[in-house]
Write a protein that binds this ligand. Structure first.
Ligand SMILES: [Cu+2]
Length: 330
């Protein structure tokens, strides 16, 4: 049997290489074009300098009929000195003006009314993602709409930190912006192609900094709206997993995690609403399968050494029940 839908979904979900050379979002295009322009000027300077050097080396090489006397020396030439001062100066002015223009276009962009707003809070070693317009909270996987040039729908990001300095960087979508405790920073992305874009904390923040991964899922408008609707639905409460829910609610899980419809309202760890709608666990260290979920809850430090969730030392049966309950959070 053929599953065209699945193949399509796989293609859409396969993340592309997180390279600044394959931009997919409006600010990333601006940065990319600027870097090409700067590289072209640098390449032209390189070619001129190396070309003149090669010319001099070859033209004035030692020859068999050299008479051993020093050639005529030239001292002071206003023309040459003027040329090598004025030309570099003009080049610097051009580089300065083009960079200033790109920075202005990115940093001072006025967001159209209706832009999606997301608050990103950096935590040691995961990303908290809040959608104040919709009352949705999630972690590590940032769903945003694809913007269509006729109806731009950019995403305005407000960047905060709960602990130390982190940095938000999805190379295909925008330049880096730091998340600094006690300071509110802003940036924006505007993907123009659907896809999964990988990102990474770009400021060393502790033991598991390298595993503070981010996935940005840019979806066509309808898919994004469906995702929001699904996230707003109450999490399923299956009576068969009541035992697992009991374990969750009577264990320290609730002090660190929030879960709508339960007594859990901690903010130290990721919000667990619709946990199973995420592709990964632990900010990208594990794919979100039932075996991995069990591994994670059993001993997160074994998977992500130094991460701030302790091993809860549950007995195997308790763990099975708890995981069965978590698996209903679709
Ligand atoms: Cu970091």
């Amino acid at each position: 049997m053929d599953f065209p839908g699945l193949a399509e979904a796989a293609r859409r979900l396969a993340p592309s290489a997180p390279s600044v050379f394959s931009p997919a979002s409006v600010p990333a295009f601006k940065i990319y074009h600027l870097s090409l322009f700067v590289a072209a000027i640098a390449a032209a300077i390189f070619a001129v300098v190396v070309g003149l050097m090669a010319y001099a080396v070859i033209k004035y090489r030692r020859r068999a009929d050299d008479d051993g006397r020093e050639p005529v020396q030239i001292y002071g030439s206003n023309q040459i000195e003027l040329a090598w001062t004025v030309i570099p100066f003009l080049i610097v002015i051009v580089l300065f003006l083009t960079s200033a223009r790109a920075i202005h276009e990115i940093q001072d962009r006025r967001m159209p009314p209706g832009a999606l707003e997301v608050t990103v809070v950096g935590h040691q070693f995961w990303w908290e993602l809040r959608y104040p317009q919709y009352g949705v909270v999630t972690a590590n996987e940032l769903h945003v709409p694809v913007s269509d040039p006729d109806h731009p729908w950019p995403t305005a990001l407000t960047l905060l930190s709960a602990d130390v300095v982190h940095s938000f960087w999805a190379p295909q979508l925008a330049g880096k912006t730091d998340l600094i405790p006690g300071q509110v920073n802003h940036t924006w992305i505007e993907p123009v192609r659907p896809g999964v874009y990988l990102g990474q904390c770009a400021m060393y923040c502790g033991a598991q900094h390298a595993h503070m991964l981010l996935r940005v899922i840019a979806e066509p408008r309808a898919d994004f709206e469906r995702w929001i609707r699904d996230q707003k639905k109450p999490t399923v409460r299956d009576p068969l997993v009541a035992a697992g829910r009991g374990i969750f609610e009577t264990t320290a899980c609730i002090n660190c995690h929030s879960l709508a419809g339960t007594s859990a309202d901690g903010r130290f760890g990721p919000n667990l609403n619709h946990l199973m709608s995420r592709d990964t666990l632990g900010a990208g260290v594990l794919s979100n399968t039932s075996a991995n979920l069990r591994r994670w809850v059993d001993d997160p430090g074994a998977v992500k050494p130094g991460c701030l969730m302790p091993a809860m030392k549950l007995r195997s049966r308790q763990l099975s029940r708890l995981v069965a309950y978590l698996e209903t959070l679709r």
